[in-house]
Design a protein around this ligand. Sequence first.
Ligand code: GLN
Length: 342
Amino acid sequence: MTDLSMHEQLPFDEGTAPSRVSTGELPRAEEVQQLVTEAYERYRATADGTVADYIPVLAEASPDLFGISVVGARGRSFEIGDVDTRFSVQSVSKPFVFALVCEAVGYESARHHLGVNSTGFPFDSLMAVELNDHRTMNPLVNAGAIATTSLVPGADAAQKFERISAGLSRFAGRDLSVNEEVYASEAASNLRNQGIAHLLKSYGRLYFDPDEATDVYTRQCSLEVTVHDLAVMAATLSNGGVNPQTHERVIATGVCRRVLAVMATAGLYELSGDWLYEIGMPGKSGVSGGIVTVSPGKGGLATFSPPLDVAGNSVRGQLVTKYLSDRLGLNLFASEPVDPQA
Ligand code: GLN
């Protein structure tokens, strides 16, 4: 973009003067496990919401599946329920692929190519493309996400996908693979995402062939994860970009904080404001029923429960996340008056 706004020109160089970081800690291990168990028992019987069916194979998921995993920035896991069940990552892939693109092209360039503001529209909105001069506004809604995927380095679709799959596997700390049935099911009914990709191409805001970019994006959404994998991925974002279980650096610290900023602006799409208001943490949801949230310095929380509300976010996931954000002290906006005597 040509019109740099004021904050983009501020003479701030974190390369030569590393920024100070101030975060907190999770409660004691026994307390975390107890609260995770409590959250599970509390919302286990909740039967609200509907399993997504716009990708036909997703409709086969049992509404009873329910798992919670917390992975601390020190690498400990606290979990309960269906923690080994595999499901397709769907939109929860978006912030992690954005992270890989920032890592490859630099977070400034990524911002200029993709945008980082909230759209205020649902995840697959075309209006958000039409109404904004920059066309893509955020990597976490489908338009920006397909544009993000199109920016992944690679000479062809296979190389781009390989880069995504290897990168998301480093976030998870194990090799992830595609659920071919989910991929085929979405690929067979993908006109809307293809339409978004072609529209972006017509505006010069897509950086690869539109059909191939959509195909790579669909494969990325079909990578299979468990709720534990998602918590490790989130914990990597809570730990300055280093996977706290494998100790591998996945992304730079400066990239990590930008990914969280983008998750705060649009991780829950048009309801991101409500989400921050209630939960106070960057988060990302997906239509197969996963939600991840990140509390910087403390850890990552992931939930899995397929029934969704009308906005496409897991009902039990939102309830559990709200409960644990509060009880584990994860809300970024929460403070208490300091004791002037202490
Ligand atoms: N693959 C899905 C799509 O693009 C992901 C959507 C989601 O999880 N919100 O339609």
